[in-house]
Design a protein around this ligand. Structure first.
Ligand code: SAH
Ligand code: SF4
Length: 413
């Protein structure tokens, strides 16, 4: 990768979108309606002969059945005429990604291995993972945006896997649908009998973080469409303030993410000097720290009430010194920020180790004294290794020592 300096041209071209060139999506013969925008649903209806005068009403009905009621079969859609239901069922499905495995941690964290539809000759099926982390006052769903990742961050297991492809909006929304199916999180639904889903009359999924596999800003349009569907008040209805998109720092796409989704932003900073960040997050060679922070300062809607979360993975002897903590505070001065310290979650073959607890505490004290809340998230779901950022690696067998190792769960407040 070559080094870039900021040019006025690039800074002045917010419409420019960096994209993953690799697109290997084979649509199923009978596509699912899950994840289509209202406009796309209107096109579907027009295609099967619904008169234009009825389109708006029909789209509204489908939207309701899909995203308020969680319908899985067209015949559940009782407000839609029998004839239309039958025509829809001839051409479309309401399919979500297929659950290949479900693991439930003793603390209630749940992890699903999902298989995506489509034929891929001679290849393993495309699989992703989705994780649900319940808490007393919220339930957070951690979604994947790509199968694999291009970015090769040194401490991230996903980074060691090649990018297979971007997910479609339907596959991103589909992860929410699967989670709510499995959690009985639709009106009249039955929660799992293990009692690990706190749901006293409230919704099980209240928060969403794009912190699973992949770089969401390299799959911008699909992620945007999916998040807008997730936030739609007449549908899934997850508040934008409770949706967080995490990026490793695709600076030119940050402004559009803010303008077009309005969700909360998290930035995987992990280092305060370019030399070290180049090593940990190689994308830094393209978009160095100052350019990234410039994009953060310009994030639409940024205020003390809507801060950017800076993620900082604690790597023993690498980025966890007192001097690093002080430099971090200095670097973020003037940016409405929260800082999430993430205990490094080791994986087989990594040379990094998690910082000692005392060091994490010392580090967080510096941050706290500078006026930031510096929570170190309690590791969750240790027994099933449902850590965001290395989700798929969780399917591999780990040693008992590694299993006990700290895990990262940098969630939203
Ligand atoms: N690609 C995006 C979002 C997915 S990763 C990004 O990089 O931000 C979500 C978070 O998990 C990131 O902050 C990432 O740096 C962190 N992460 C990845 N691997 C990790 C590990 N082994 N231990 C702790 N955090 C990790
Ligand atoms: Fe990709 Fe994020 Fe992992 Fe980096 S940390 S390799 S950007 S998933």
């Amino acid at each position: 990768m070559t080094l870039h300096t900021t040019t006025p041209d690039r800074a002045a071209a917010p419409a420019l979108l960096e994209k993953t060139p690799l697109e290997r999506y084979v649509a199923p013969a009978q596509p699912s309606l899950v994840g289509l925008t209202r406009a796309e649903l209107a096109t579907v209806l027009a295609g099967i002969g619904v008169p234009p005068a009825q389109t708006k009403m029909r789209v509204q009905q489908l939207w309701h059945w899909l995203y308020v009621r969680g319908a899985r079969r067209f015949d559940q859609m009782t407000s839609v005429s029998k004839e239309l239901r039958a025509t829809l069922a001839q051409h479309y499905t309401l399919a979500r990604p297929e659950v290949v495995a479900e693991q439930v941690s003793t603390d209630g964290t749940r992890k699903w291995l999902l298989r995506l539809p489509g034929e891929h000759a001679g290849e393993r099926p495309h699989e992703i993972e989705t994780v649900y982390i319940p808490d007393t006052d919220r339930g957070t769903l951690c979604l994947s945006s790509q199968v694999g990742c291009t970015l090769n961050c040194a401490f991230c297991h996903t980074g060691t896997q090649r990018l297979v492809r971007n997910l479609t909006a339907g596959e991103i929304v589909g992860q929410i649908m699967v989670a709510r199916d499995r959690l009985g999180d639709w009106p009249g639904g039955t929660p799992p009998t293990d009692g690990l889903v706190p749901r006293e009359g409230a919704r099980a999924v209240t928060n969403i973080v794009m912190m699973g596999m992949g770089e969401p800003l390299y799959n911008f349009e699909a992620v945007r469409d999916a998040l807008l569907i997730a936030a739609d008040g007449d549908g899934l209805g997850v508040s934008k303030r409770k949706i967080t998109l995490s990026t490793s720092g695709v600076a030119p796409n940050i402004a559009r993410a803010g303008a077009e989704t309005g969700v909360m932003l998290a930035v995987s900073l992990h280092a305060v000097r370019d030399a070290l960040r180049n090593e940990l997050v190689p994308l830094n060679r393209k978009y160095p720290i100052e350019e990234l922070l410039e994009a953060c300062r310009a994030y639409p809607g940024l205020s003390n009430a809507r801060r950017i979360t800076f993620e900082y993975v604690m790597l023993k002897g690498v980025n966890d010194s007192l001097a690093d903590a002080k430099a971090l505070v200095k670097l973020l001065k003037g940016i409405p920020a929260k800082i999430n310290l993430i205990p490094f979650n080791p994986w087989p073959g990594t040379t990094y180790e998690c910082s000692d607890w005392e060091q994490i505490e010392t580090f967080s004290e510096v941050i706290f004294n500078a006026g930031y809340a510096a929570p170190v998230r309690t590791p969750r779901g240790r027994d099933i290794l449902g850590a965001c950022g290395q989700l798929k690696s969780a399917t591999e067998k780990l040693s008992a020592r590694e299993r006990m190792a700290l895990r990262a769960m940098a969630m939203t407040d």
